[in-house]
Design a protein around this ligand. Structure first.
Ligand code: IPM
Ligand code: MN
Length: 354
């Protein structure tokens, strides 16, 4: 039987709550499919820092490298440790494992209240492809005269031709499997180096993808258009920071962050890819049993798609859809379930696959 080595990395806060349920769903899917899961438990995060003085061990990438995939909950507990320290390993994993394609679908399920008054499931079904390896997230910058009145901080964004071209190609290919429309997010009216390069590369690629209707929008206008015309969007390709901003909005439009899954994909499969909800660790509701596990569960489905177990992935999505339709969900989307009950609802609807 096929076996996948999966790093189970709950992290902090509600990352722990939701990963527990995601893992149950993964187990249930595996038990009725022709693959098995070998789990590597990853205890890193704020707790680990309390006992070890660091958030992750020195050789953390070596622990993850042999895995087929990483299932992450969330990281960060800013009351204990500043987020830029807790989150540095997350960004490092994305970059070191060249997980350059961050795929974040926003799809409103039937039965979930829409935050946009006149838009329902027929209007809300788009996916943001976020460049995940460079851009505004490269660790390049510095501070000078720290703490002085004349202090200066600088932080450089790096956009490489290779990086922009490969993410656009990924987006075009994704558009071909969907409604064949691609919107690239730019800000070349103000940032005349990096985003002019993005604009030029889009123009250079268009002739190779004539079957896809491609255009660009400035980031500020794109945010506004997503709110008023979500139905006009299919595949959106954005830089690292713009993609980050757009996917919190996308998550909300898609029914809330409790439902929004994400990949950090290395399409070449040279390294493990990582799957995680878009939401963070939400310390204010951690351990209270009210966090919505669906974003984490749908991230498991995306992981199984990546592992080429599409049938199991599709079964999970159907079980989620059914649980929501039956109102077996957490209060953030109108149900009364606890985190665990919402997980159970999906597990039960997954059944034994027959
Ligand atoms: C996300 C998160 C991260 C990001 C943070 C936690 C570093 O917001 O995955 O969207 O900015 O990429
Ligand atoms: Mn984010």
């Amino acid at each position: 039987m096929k076996s996948f080595k999966i790093a189970i990395f709950p992290g902090d806060g509600i990352g722990v709550d939701v990963t527990q349920q995601a893992e149950r769903v993964l187990d249930q899917a595996a038990s009725s499919s022709a693959f098995q899961i070998e789990k590597i438990r990853i205890p890193w995060g704020t707790e680990y820092w309390r006992s070890h003085g660091q958030v992750v061990p020195d050789k953390f990438l070596d622990v993850l490298r042999p895995c087929d995939a990483i299932l992450l909950g969330a990281m960060g507990w800013s009351a204990e440790l500043p987020d830029h320290i807790t989150l540095a390993p997350l960004v490092k994993i994305r970059q070191a494992f060249d997980q350059y394609a961050c795929v974040r679908p926003a799809k409103l399920y039937a039965g979930v209240p829409s935050v946009l008054a006149s838009k329902g499931p027929d209007q809300i079904d788009f996916v943001v492809i976020r460049e995940n390896s460079e851009g505004e997230y490269v660790d390049h910058g510095g501070r000078f005269h720290v703490g002085q009145p004349d202090e200066v901080a600088w932080q450089t964004a790096i956009h490489s031709r290779r990086g922009v071209e490969r993410i656009l190609r990924f987006g075009f290919q994704m558009a071909r499997t969907r409604r064949k429309r691609l919107t690239m997010v730019t800000k070349s009216n103000a940032q005349r180096f990096g985003y002019v390069l993005w604009d030029e590369i889009l123009e250079q690629l268009k002739p190779q993808f004539r079957d896809v209707e491609a255009d660009k929008q400035h980031a500020d206008a794109c945010l506004m258009n997503l709110v008023r015309w979500p139905e006009r969007f299919d595949v959106i390709v954005a830089s690292n920071l713009f993609g980050d901003l757009l996917t919190d909005l996308g998550g909300l439009i898609g029914g809330g962050l409790g439902l929004a899954p994400s990949t950090n994909t290395n399409p070449e499969r040279s390294y493990p890819s990582m799957f995680e909800p878009v939401h963070g660790s939400a310390p204010d509701i951690a351990g209270k049993g009210i966090a919505n596990p669906i974003a984490a569960i749908l991230s498991v489905a995306m992981m199984l798609d990546h592992l080429q177990e599409a049938t199991a992935a599709q079964r999970i999505r159907q079980a989620v859809q059914q649980a929501i339709a039956d109102r077996k969900c957490t209060p953030d989307i109108g149900g009364t379930c606890t985190t665990e009950q919402a997980g159970t609802a999906v597990v039960e609807r997954l059944g034994n696959g027959s």
